[in-house]
Ligand binder design. Structure first.
Ligand SMILES: [Zn+2]
Length: 282
């Protein structure tokens, strides 16, 4: 299968869906991440050109961890908009890759780039099969299934259709995020006021990246009180435990610590029991 995961910035897919990406890649499917913006806004010391080049390099290092492709568009950070040229660019891009499934942001996320990139995917969805739109690239025969990444925004609430356990690949996810050095060890701690806490030694900072430990014995209520990326990746398992039990059975469903949750967009192909089992065999 061809799996296309679209985020606004060069770390969004890593943070939100790289566990599932690692499972697909492990099984030989072709996975591509796209960052619609170049990430050039995200630094407090480096200028736009310097940080864009560095962040592109970080995406390529992250992609190598699980053996996927990672594209970054030449759109300035904080400047992706839903205009006609960008819609056409996206339709052509998606048609060339012929994905079975597309993942993207919801359109009520806090960041304008996240909202715009999610809306661009929704706006592109039906046009993928319209031959007279962007005739330079052959139209697809069928719309892909489109899924939204989990986010914590409440209005409207996120309602998951699919919750996938990622315990077996969660360290791959950490290793991918570890490659985004300029973000997770520099810019985000800078904006969060925790830059002074980041260890200089790579092994120590990788440990720091994990944050508070989450084990099989951590209760769901305890997960919610913890800090750091372990907590973040455990959140979907904690919030949607019932979905995990439904999917994996009582025993395994209760043991899963890390999960990713997804909601189906109404604008792509709709899931049937057969297509859900085929597209998400995890
Ligand atoms: Zn982002």
């Amino acid at each position: 299968m061809n799996i296309l995961m679209i985020g606004a910035h060069p770390d969004d897919c890593d943070l939100r869906c790289s566990g599932l990406a690692a499972l697909y890649a492990r099984d030989g499917h072709r996975v591509k991440f796209l960052s619609m913006c170049d990430g050039s806004g995200g630094h407090h010391v480096m200028n736009r050109n310097e940080i864009a080049a560095r962040r592109w390099g970080e995406t390529q290092e992250a992609a190598k961890v699980i053996g996927i492709e990672y594209d970054v568009w030449n759109v300035a950070d904080c400047e992706i908009v839903c205009d006609l040229p960008t819609r056409a660019r996206l339709v052509n891009y998606i048609r060339r890759f012929q994905p079975d499934v597309i993942f993207c942001h919801r359109t009520n996320d806090y960041h304008a780039d996240h909202r715009a990139s999610g809306l661009l995917v929704q706006d592109a969805s039906y046009l993928l099969i319209v031959p007279n739109y962007c005739p330079e690239t052959p139209a697809m025969k069928k719309m892909p299934v489109i899924l939204f990444f989990y986010d914590s925004f409440k209005n409207p609430p996120f309602v998951p259709d699919l919750v996938i356990g990622i315990d077996e690949v969660v360290e791959d996810k950490f290793r991918m995020i570890d490659k985004h050095v300029s973000q997770v060890y520099e810019w985000l701690p800078y904006t969060g006021g925790t830059l002074g806490e980041v260890p200089a030694d790579p092994a120590a900072r990788f440990e720091w990246l994990h944050g508070d430990k989450v084990t099989a014995d951590t209760t769901d209520e305890e997960v919610l009180k913890k800090k750091g990326y372990s907590r973040r990746f455990a959140l979907a398992a904690a919030l949607y435990r019932d979905k995990l039990i439904e999917r994996y059975g009582e025993e395994k469903g209760r043991r899963i610590r890390f999960a990713e949750a997804y909601a189906v967009s109404e604008y792509g192909s709709q899931l049937t029991a057969e297509s859900a089992a085929r597209l998400f065999p995890y």
